[in-house]
Design a protein around this ligand. Structure first.
Ligand code: ATP
Ligand code: MG
Length: 393
């Protein structure tokens, strides 16, 4: 991590040596001041993207439209972005066009919250135009400028406020919080992919519980009625820690609704959510058994269990799921001591479907421990099965 920062300083230095201004900026400086683990380093400069590209040997234009060039040093990537002002906001979202600026002040003013608008120079001197340090000390998330205007420009900032509550455990400052409440309906106009992206981050934070309470109290559930019951339930729980997909599964389960078509989830995530809902339903009154764990592995059952125990703390089957998984006699069909290939060698059966059915039956017997996973025993069972079921041997 030290190396990551030192290499970042070299980038800043090189920009300075070439007559440009350059500062560390945004979330990096915030986390640096908080002494938190650093995820990514952002640098802001008056050098234009082309000038940045020409100074460093390894770069990639990762966000050319917004003036961002990723500079690679060692194994690390650094986002170097030209000072900019955001043009007109369209549909409460980030503008399509931005204009470059020559002023650091302008660049910092376009940022969302005071604690996200620090710049730090090569000597580690922090430039704090919006009293962000005070907010950092008081653990407050405060919009820069007029919060109504800032949320109207870009409603995603409302969710970003929730994200920082969850990540940092800070509170939203009163004026900003009132504005979140007034403007929460603007979220209706944000594309669902973006909402999902922020939800994921909100649920990754250490202070998820605090964020959920704020979301619930500011009317997030009224904007997304399909999430209302889930959010409401979670806001009353002592302890919760769900992923965003577990949260969505919980919500759709409680709402007894299908995944709404306007939630643009990937097919993989949709399938996972549906599987979780199915397992929660199936295991409401029944325990997990070997066959379920054999078919699904333990990860999806564990996710479903997280949802189930949120609904009913008495229904916590985590230990059972782990125990069954640990003790499974086989994990895959190819672990069977007697295989499809053996049927081909020992019998005249050539119908793949029939062979598949026999292997399924053998698997069932082994998984449920009605038979040991031993060649002779399984062979005997298979041959007698073929005789009784299919009249062959
Ligand atoms: P994290 O540690 O969660 O990544 P971050 O502060 O780095 O937090 P990013 O989404 O990576 O957040 O954005 C980097 C910086 O860009 C922010 O700190 C902020 O200054 C600015 N920023 C990002 N999105 C917006 C936005 N929608 N409106 C205004 N400023 C923004
Ligand atoms: Mg970041």
């Amino acid at each position: 991590m030290k190396d990551y920062y030192e290499k970042g300083r070299e980038i800043v230095k090189k920009l300075l040596d070439n007559g440009y201004q350059a500062f560390f900026v945004g979330g990096f400086v915030r986390d640096f001041l908080l002494g938190k683990v650093i995820s990514d380093i952002d640098i802001t400069t008056n050098a234009l993207p082309k000038q940045v590209q020409s100074l460093f040997p390894k770069t990639k234009a990762t966000g050319l439209k917004y003036g961002t060039i990723t500079v690679f040093e060692g194994n690390h990537g650094y986002e170097v972005t030209t000072y900019r002002t955001d043009g007109d906001y369209i549909n409460h979202r980030k503008p399509e066009e931005v204009s470059f600026s020559t002023s650091l002040e302008e660049d910092l003013s376009r940022r969302d919250f005071t604690i996200n608008a620090f710049a730090m120079d090569y000597e580690e001197k922090v430039i704090d135009l919006f009293e962000g340090k005070k907010d950092l000390e008081n653990h407050l998330i405060r919009a820069i400028g007029n919060p109504d205007k800032r949320f109207d420009e870009d409603a995603l900032r409302i969710l970003r406020a929730f994200r920082f509550v969850s990540k940092l455990g800070f509170a939203i400052e009163k004026e900003t919080l009132n504005s979140v409440e007034r403007n929460i309906n603007l979220l209706k106009e944000i594309a669902s992919e973006r909402i999902l992206g922020e939800l994921k981050k909100i649920f990754e934070g250490d202070n998820q519980k605090t964020a959920i309470k704020v979301m619930e109290s500011t009317g997030f559930g009224k904007v997304f009625p399909e999430l209302d019951k889930g959010l409401n339930l979670l806001s009353k729980k002592e302890f919760v820690h769900l992923t965003h997909l577990e949260f969505l599964a919980l919500c759709f389960y409680l709402d007894e609704s299908e995944i709404p078509y306007n939630w643009r989830l990937s097919n993989k995530d949709k399938a996972l959510i549906n599987k979780i809902i199915e397992l929660v339903t199936v295991t409401e009154n029944d325990s997990y058994n070997e066959m379920i764990i054999y078919r699904l592995g333990q990860d999806i059952p564990l996710m479903a269990n997280t949802v189930a125990r949120t609904l009913n703390p008495d229904n916590d089957q985590e230990n059972l799921i782990r125990k069954i998984h640990h003790e499974l006699p086989i994990r895959k069909t190819c672990d069977l001591a007697f295989k499809g290939q053996d049927i081909l060698e020992l019998t005249s059966e050539r119908n793949a479907e029939v062979i598949g059915d026999i292997i399924d039956d053998i698997t069932y017997m082994v998984i449920t421990r009605q038979l040991p996973n031993e060649y002779e025993k399984l062979k005997e069972f298979a041959l007698s099965l073929m005789e009784t079921k299919y009249g062959k041997g």
